[in-house]
Design a protein around this ligand. Structure first.
Ligand code: B12
Ligand code: SF4
Length: 592
């Protein structure tokens, strides 16, 4: 007897394409900056650090591994899978489209799923959504394609009328879940698809038919289901893997002036700690080795994290973990020791600036010295640190930038990232725009003390002048996720050395001086060192294969044509995707 049909296949992540032509843009252009901080030049190609790592490890092992963060499945996949299975739905999941396109194609063709759900958590550009929808259509013409998550939620919130219809149609899906979270709505959609009843009775949807928006169903309040602890026993061993993401809260308790996240994520809600502890017990029992806590700040409110750490210590610190950490007060040495004893491997710190005046302007509650102390204490305990910096917020001057550079040079977090200020109209700073002389949006703005171009140039300056801390971009080799590589067998010393070498090689890749003989010699030396280092690493095999990733059939031209709708209505906001320039869109070369 054939197995019953799958109700849905959940697909996690799809990689954005960045055309090599972006390397020609100056560093003070948002896309030029983004490209130069994401890639490095390697044997005549522009590769991301994880691709170089994979090639060098493969050269030594003869294997075909692709080391990518999606080994730790996006949490939305585990969360939605468990939520739906508890309600009796049959589901499958695919972490990363490029890495598993062959398996997805088989599932689509043989499993005849009623629907496919695409998450949109990590997208700042519609291109990956459009491409993923097209891929699914090619293999399962009749499956209902459902979109949900932050990208489409923002789209539905920020646009209305004919513009919203046009953008939703450009994505090419059949159903869009508009509500935050959307788990309960999704369960109703799958129920209706199974029963063959009308989707018009399910709230919070945009429903499309024949490629056109047929209508929006009524809005009903919905928040992400933090009240239902994720039942990890609903997840099979292969789906689980050994590295996972966990959340203990949603939303954010703060209102930093530059940040729109609280608007999108809604009010701060904490999961019941006993439920979190049960989840961690399940994960420990299942042999998980690294947990990335995705909460905005794991140590808010105070005392809760200490309690969690004591539970982990009592159970023998079964895995390493990493988290976002807030240093609103100077942390205590004892607290950091407790973190280390409980398995903490890396902390991501929203330092933002080395200037206390700027921190006040950004409505940050912490002070520079608190973050400095946190980095020092982490180093003493062997915990890796990442300092996230915002460059060019209103009030930024040459003097405040100097203080930021001094801060990083003095405290030397393991990694750092100077991020030019992104002017989001949903962020609190927008309410003070007139007072601050702030005009524009996204990556293009000006205010009394700086323009966005100056901020990009300044961020590059910060990068170039920092010594003793490695720059990391946001995409693949983010410190927040890197402990999964430690669990694969990389030592902390190898990781830190590799990050430093990647940073140096990247700095030398796109700089005009890269053509000069001294830089060429330094690059060669850096490449040799990196090859020797990676060759010596004893890494476990990766989940993904480079051959599969490279064979992903990208139909960029068709996707770009659909994306044009976003360019024409000015819906890209200058986010660091592919940008809004039609010139760039045309210049996209062969699939990377
Ligand atoms: C962890 C994380 C990462 C990790 C991912 C590791 C991993 N294995 O998952 C790393 C460090 C790799 C990463 C990278 C990036 N990230 Co990130 N990341 C996060 C973070 C902290 C948590 C995401 C998460 O798991 N949330 C928890 C899950 C459960 O929530 P969720 O995915 O939203 O899903 C819920 C709902 O949305 C819904 N849902 C989701 N999908 C679907 C689908 C359907 C059909 C339905 C019905 C519902 C639904 O169901 C879930 C349950 O409620 C968020 C910030 C945050 N605190 O949320 C930023 C965040 C998602 N990242 C962001 C960005 C921008 C990026 C980068 C693009 C950074 C960059 N500038 O390059 C890259 C993208 C990767 C790449 N290669 O390009 C932004 C996205 C903004 C946006 N969409 O407009 C966020 C929100 C941070 C921010 N600044 O606002 N990131
Ligand atoms: S930057 Fe501030 S407001 Fe934004 S998510 Fe982090 S702590 Fe919350």
């Amino acid at each position: 007897m054939a197995p019953p049909r799958l109700d849905t296949i959940l697909v996690g992540f799809h990689e954005t394409v960045l055309p090599p032509s972006l390397a020609a843009l100056p560093a003070d252009d948002p896309l030029g900056f983004y490209y130069r901080t994401a890639f490095l030049r390697w044997d005549g190609e522009d590769l991301e650090p994880h691709e170089v790592l994979s090639r060098l490890v493969n050269a030594a092992t003869g294997r075909d591994d692709c080391y990518h963060w999606a080994e730790a499945a996006p949490l939305a996949l585990h969360h939605l899978t468990a939520f739906l299975r508890r309600r009796g739905f049959r589901t499958a999941m695919v972490r990363w489209l490029e890495g598993e396109h062959d398996r997805l194609a088989q599932l689509l063709e043989r499993g005849e799923p009623r629907s496919v759900c695409l998450t949109t958590t990590f997208y700042v550009d519609p291109l990956p959504v459009i491409e993923a929808v097209a891929f699914v259509r090619r293999h399962a013409e009749r499956a209902t394609i459902i979109l949900g998550g932050p990208f489409v939620q923002d789209l539905c919130r920020d646009h209305d009328g004919a513009t919203r219809a046009r953008l939703l149609e450009a994505l090419g899906a059949d159903v869009v879940v508009r509500s935050a979270g959307g788990e309960r709505t999704l369960a109703q959609v799958l129920g209706a698809l199974r029963a063959g009843t009308d989707l018009g009775r399910v709230p919070n949807l945009a429903v499309l038919a024949g490629g056109k928006l047929a209508g929006l169903t009524p809005t009903e309040p919905e928040e992400s289901a933090i009240d239902e602890p994720l039942d990890w026993d609903q997840i099979t061993d292969d789906e689980l893997g050994r590295e996972v993401c966990v959340r203990t809260s949603v939303g954010c308790a703060h209102r930093c002036a530059f940040c729109e996240f609280p608007v999108r994520a809604g009010r701060h809600r904490l999961a019941d700690l006993a439920g979190v502890e049960r989840q961690l017990e399940q994960l420990a029992r299942r042999g998980v080795r690294h947990v990335a806590f995705v909460d905005d700040a794991l140590n808010v409110p105070p005392g809760r994290l200490d309690k969690l750490c004591r539970t982990l210590v009592a159970s023998g610190a079964p895995f390493r973990w990493s988290a976002h950490f807030r240093a609103a007060q100077a942390p205590r040495a004892g607290q950091l020791r407790l973190l280390r004893d409980s398995g903490c491997a890396a902390l991501h710190l929203g330092v933002e600036s080395g200037d206390d005046g700027m921190l006040r302007a950004m409505s940050k509650t912490g002070q520079v010295a608190h973050y400095g102390r946190a980095i020092e204490l982490c180093r003493e305990q062997g915990i890796l640190t990442h300092a996230a910096l915002v460059i060019g917020f209103p009030g930024e001057t040459a003097a405040s930038l100097e203080r930021t550079i001094d801060f990083v040079n003095r405290y030397q977090p393991t990694t750092f990232k100077p991020q030019p200020f992104f002017y989001h109209h949903h962020a609190p700073v927008h309410g003070r725009a007139a007072q601050l002389g702030l005009a524009g949006r996204g990556w293009r703005w000006r205010h009394r003390t700086m323009t966005s171009r100056q901020a990009f140039a300044a961020a590059m300056q910060v990068r170039q002048r920092v010594k003793g801390s490695a720059f990391v971009g946001d995409r693949q080799m983010h410190l927040f996720m890197l402990p999964w590589l430690l669990c694969k067998g990389m030592t902390a010393a190898q990781l830190v050395t590799a990050l430093g070498l990647f940073d140096q090689l990247q700095r030398d890749s796109f700089d005009a001086r890269a053509l000069g003989a001294p830089t060429r010699a330094r690059r060669r030396q850096g490449q040799d060192e990196l090859a020797a280092l990676c060759g010596a690493m004893q890494l476990e095999p990766a989940r993904f294969s480079s051959a599969v990733v490279d064979a992903y059939p990208r139909d960029l031209e068709a996707a770009m044509a659909r994306r044009q709708a976003f360019v024409e209505v000015g819906a890209l906001g200058g986010a660091p995707g592919l940008g809004a320039s039609p010139g760039l869109v045309r210049s996209v070369g062969p699939a990377r």
